[in-house]
Ligand binder design. Sequence first.
Ligand SMILES: [Zn+2]
Length: 293
Amino acid sequence: MRKLLFFLLVSLFFVIPAYALDLDGLSTEDIQMTRQIISKLQPVIRERDSEESLATLTFKDLDAPLTKQEKKFLKQFRNLSRKETGIKIPWRGLSTGENDLIAIKGQRVKDKVRVRKEGKLETVIVDRTLPPQYLPLTAYQKYFEMMAAMEKDIGKRLYVDSGYRSSAFQLYLFVYYLRNHGFSVKETVRYVTLPGYSEHGDPGHQAIDFINRDGINGDPHVEEFECLPENLWLQEHAQDFGFVLSYPRDCPDGITYEPWHWRYDPKAAREVAKEKAPKVKTNDRLKGGTCKN
Ligand SMILES: [Zn+2]
């Protein structure tokens, strides 16, 4: 009898599926768990940001304030595969911030703030300093070189709204932004990549999210960034500095259009430059008689 009971228990263990996330929409308990975890992690992120050590945040650091159950829950997001989520971007590897990163500090942009003046709500423009951002050396140098050229051409420049991110910070961002996408994992992955898939954590193909002096970064209106003269300049010249747009409109990878997200990738940039080059050389065009003096 005991043997039979043991056999039944063991069979049950294999028959009952392991606890899994509903990727189309988290259950009420899972949403509650997500909120609980974020409320515990938010102070950790703020502290690391103020200590200027966010770039080296590890999974262990995220786990520190969490219960065993919360840690287990959070880990499920690390183990999700792209096949499960329907996204076709390549695995970039986990990032821990141990590379030689250079800090960009004191970037000032404008911000709209709602304040109450004599009982009325008013919008005022204030200056705000972006939190420190980090870039690997070559991407850092090329970014500044590109901005110097942009400033010379159009008298404007773009700032680094988000540079290098460790995979642990990427995981935090993913779980944080679930609430903006109805707690659907499949929808959120189109906006925020899972740890290991982010170009922000790949120093060899470092991504930068840009923001302009007026604080325009495409959030919440993508077109606002798309139509900036700074962005039009990027579309024309970024490939000359080794930068390419990662997620264009109607991106086949399943990621939404991100005109602010450019990656330092000299090889891909050379391809873009080749495509952009006129198919017919100027001299040939002249010979063909399309140019009139
Ligand atoms: Zn980005």
